[in-house]
Design a protein around this ligand. Structure first.
Ligand code: ZN
Length: 102
């Protein structure tokens, strides 16, 4: 399902996380209205369900959605990736209009 890619968008000093490397390799970059830059990856579906931070609703397994993580993180790129969030695609697109709920 997940295509492996040898391309990495930037130098990565910690390649030991295979799944994360695949995630990162297929990510695109987006800028938010808040000026932060995000890595965003579309996924066709996951084995488990997640809670979308945009609407606090569950993303059921096997539902296409996006995974996003900030490029800027206090503890570095690996921490940012570990802190990634699963969003409904529509919630991700709408986030700049209503902002995340915290
Ligand atoms: Zn949502």
């Amino acid at each position: 399902m997940a295509r492996r890619s040898r391309k990495r968008p930037y130098g990565e000093p910690h390649p030991e996380l295979d799944v994360d490397a695949v995630l990162r390799g297929g990510a695109r970059r987006e800028s938010g209205a808040d000026g932060r830059r995000w890595n965003v990856r579309s996924v066709a579906g996951s084995a488990k369900s997640y809670t979308c931070p945009g609407c606090q609703q569950t993303i059921p397994p096997s539902v296409a959605h996006v995974v996003a993580w900030s490029e800027e993180h206090l503890f570095g790129a690996d921490a940012a990736l570990a802190d990634r969030r699963h969003w409904h695609t529509s919630c991700w697109r709408a986030r700049d209009r209503r902002g995340p709920r915290r």
